[in-house]
Design a protein around this ligand. Structure first.
Ligand code: FES
Length: 217
């Protein structure tokens, strides 16, 4: 675990009355660095928070947004529930499959994206068809807007501590170590809460747990 990650966990720990309340942001920090939650990382988190490794593991494996296996740098989830389906979600799914060259639940060869479709409403029906990209919503999708979104993400600098599957040198692999991408990582700064925060858990509760082709975790 990098010193920066450890510092982020300690910072989160110190914001809560009880250290175990920081398990969620601690796991976010780990996943941001490593792209997954490894058993060793769980043990380290447990040590920093002074909880048992089984407590950390229980949280990590309960929420589908914590990955037990390597994922791409960006997570893309496309809703195919009724509102999105009526507004062309299947066409978006087909376009993603063609464009990314892999099926739902898989990761692109360059490690840039892991994508999946979900039958569970993402809660963005007003902008259907909708997809979630690194915890942000992208709405009123068309094949053209999807291409723009993916292109912009691919042009982002590759963060330190590349965590996805090794880049295969195909389109989208970027060179140069830059500042770590913090997109989608709940903020760990600001005033200390007076009680355990739900930061992160709100997104988690809306996360699709029954994805079609959901990767094993
Ligand atoms: S049906 Fe797709 S976001 Fe609700």
């Amino acid at each position: 675990m990098q010193a920066e990650t450890r510092a982020a966990i300690e910072h989160a720990r110190d914001r809560y009355p009880r250290a175990r309340s920081a398990i969620l942001p601690a796991l976010w920090a780990v996943q941001h660095e490593m792209g997954q939650i490894t058993p060793d990382a769980m043990s380290e988190v447990a040590g920093i928070l002074q909880v048992t490794p089984s407590e950390v593991e229980a949280v990590s494996t309960f929420y589908s947004m914590y990955f037990q296996h390597p994922h791409g740098r960006h997570e893309v989830i496309v809703c195919i529930n009724v509102s999105c389906a009526l507004r062309g979600a299947e066409g978006i799914v087909d376009h993603l499959e063609r464009t990314l060259g892999c099926a739902s639940g898989e990761t692109t060869a360059d490690g840039a994206f892991t994508w999946s479709s979900t039958v569970e409403c993402l809660g963005g029906c007003g902008g259907a068809p909708t997809m979630q990209v690194d915890h942000h919503f992208e709405e009123n999708l068309t094949p053209e807007s999807v291409d723009q979104i993916l292109g912009a993400l691919r042009s982002e600098p590759t963060p330190h501590g590349e965590h996805a599957v090794e880049a295969g040198g195909v389109a989208g692999g970027s060179a140069g170590a830059q500042e770590p991408r913090r997109r989608g990582v709940p903020a760990t700064t600001g005033p200390a809460p007076t009680e355990p925060s739900n930061a992160g858990s709100t997104a988690l509760s809306t996360e699709a747990k029954k994805r079609r082709g959901k990767p094993g975790q």
